[in-house]
Design a protein around this ligand. Structure first.
Ligand code: CAA
Length: 261
């Protein structure tokens, strides 16, 4: 499907350099079915080659960011089918997207919804945001990163308690535990996410992408390898025009005009 044909997401440009994807299955609390995820992947593929997009905001409705994978769609699936088709593998495409994604979470971010938020680079939460991994109540476990990313963010004991009991946690807890960067005033989470995304989109894109790669490497590598990788990324930026532009602008007390080259 192309942008004009999406049925389960909306794509807009709320500010210069910022594209917004809104999950749009309100009646199903944005349950993540295969149509929605294929549209989300298609939209991101388009945005990755769109030079006018520097940062993406991903959001849902006031009531639900996403209430999880679509249970009705998956309930009759058999082992052979999910194994052969590598069910949910297509969800990982989003985590390979190279421009930053800011998640604006209002309402339920449960199961796959919580996992989707955790695939993003920054999470801002509305006061009514509710996070959780309730898969244990369905006879399964998180299947799109919940046991891994939640554990990285919260530590073992909290992650275990949430995954094993299926209990939800609040926006305030998510902020206290470091899962989200902050809780934003009621009604303001999308605007605030667009503001943050706009700030990011105003930077030089080569440095932004390198910074994202560097921070993500902290989750994949030993400290020694991560520091080495970071230093090489840092060195590489000296091959860009933006490094000369940024540092000369500082020295001349001017504002840098990035060229993304
Ligand atoms: N899948 C499919 N449909 C869903 C859904 C989901 N995950 N979550 C909500 N819906 C549907 C409901 O079935 C209902 O549809 P109908 O109007 O046709 O009956 C509609 O959305 C509204 O939901 P409720 O009436 O349940 O709304 P509520 O306000 O009473 O409750 C809720 C909200 C607590 C979020 C409840 O909907 C709920 O518990 N949803 C399921 C949450 C869940 O278990 N998520 C994990 C899914 S598994 C997963 O994600 C696997 C993975 O790791 C990838």
């Amino acid at each position: 499907a192309g942008p004009g044909e999406y049925t389960s997401i909306l794509v807009s440009q709320p500010a210069p350099g910022v594209s917004q994807i809104t999950l749009n299955r309100p009646k199903a609390l944005n349950a993540l079915n295969s149509t929605l995820f294929h549209e989300l992947n298609a939209a991101l593929r388009t945005l990755s080659s769109d030079d006018s997009t520097g940062c993406v905001v991903l959001t849902g409705s006031d009531k639900a960011f996403a209430a999880g994978a679509d249970i009705k769609e998956m309930k009759d699936k058999q082992f052979a089918e999910v194994y052969k088709g590598d069910f949910l593998a297509h969800w990982t495409e989003l985590s390979g997207f190279r421009k930053p994604i800011v998640a604006a979470v209002s309402g339920y971010a449960l199961g796959g919804g919580c996992e989707l938020a955790m695939m993003c680079d920054i999470i801002l939460a509305a006061p009514n945001a509710v996070f959780g991994q309730p898969e244990i109540n369905l006879g399964v476990i998180p299947g799109a990163g919940g046991t891994q990313r939640l554990t990285h963010a919260l530590g073992k004991s909290r992650a275990m308690e949430i995954v094993l009991t299926g209990k939800n946690f609040s926006a305030a807890e998510a902020a206290e535990w470091g899962l989200v960067s902050r809780v934003v005033q009621e009604g303001a989470v999308v605007d605030e996410a667009v503001k943050v995304a706009g700030k990011i989109a105003g930077k030089g894109m080569l440095a932004v992408q390198a910074a994202k790669e560097g921070v993500n490497a902290a989750y994949e590598m030993s400290l020694t390898n991560g520091l080495h990788f970071e230093r090489r990324l840092f060195h590489q930026l000296f091959a860009t025009n933006d490094q000369k532009i940024g540092m000369n602008a500082f020295a001349n007390k001017e504002k840098a005009k990035w060229t993304n080259s």
